[in-house]
Design a protein. Sequence first.
Length: 229
Amino acid sequence: MTETTQETGGRVKGVTIVKPVVYGNIARYFGKKREEDGHTHQWTVYIKPFKNEDMSTYVKKVTFKLHESYPNSNRAVTKPPYEVTETGWGEFEVIIKIYFNDPQERPVTVYHLLKLFQSETDIMLGRKSLVSEFYDELVFNDPTITMQHLLNSTRSLSIGAYKHDTDFDEKKEKTITKLQNAKKKIRYEISELNERLKQKKQTIQKLKDEIGKFEKGVDPTITDGEPLT
């Protein structure tokens, strides 16, 4: 069991609280370029809880730093859902910054590349939305007493099933399988390289032995490079 002690300044030593989150964007093609501004997609960028819980219990606000070409490019959202919806034609990096209700906890920054384009036919034709989202975790080590209370006091965000567009369990299994296959491949390649190295060493040793035999076979009566007759 982890020993917890209250530190001077209001922090609880030895406590770690993890809050899993999902961040990313969803986008849909209009079907053609919009005449008035040349925009091709509507998109929503977001950060939300992985589990069914209300992040506003411990989150004060979330800011989304968009491309400078957008009016009011630094958008602040103070209550769920923490998201921004816009239209556009290009991809760019969105800086997501999470501020907490306890000001003693430093803000957390997440970077997301806004995705609009993909090679899948239905997405390209606008019949299906593109989803680009990722799992991450907010890790609170030695939180303040206030923050610990807030983190442990979250309530349900909605009633019923709470799902994401991405099946992260399936994604996790696929990732584990890929890693296992990669390890097997690396082990095989290492084994192959070791075998080749072993063969090279054997070849080198054989050459050394041959050179040794040759050197021992030289007539010691030979001087100045000319044999005695």
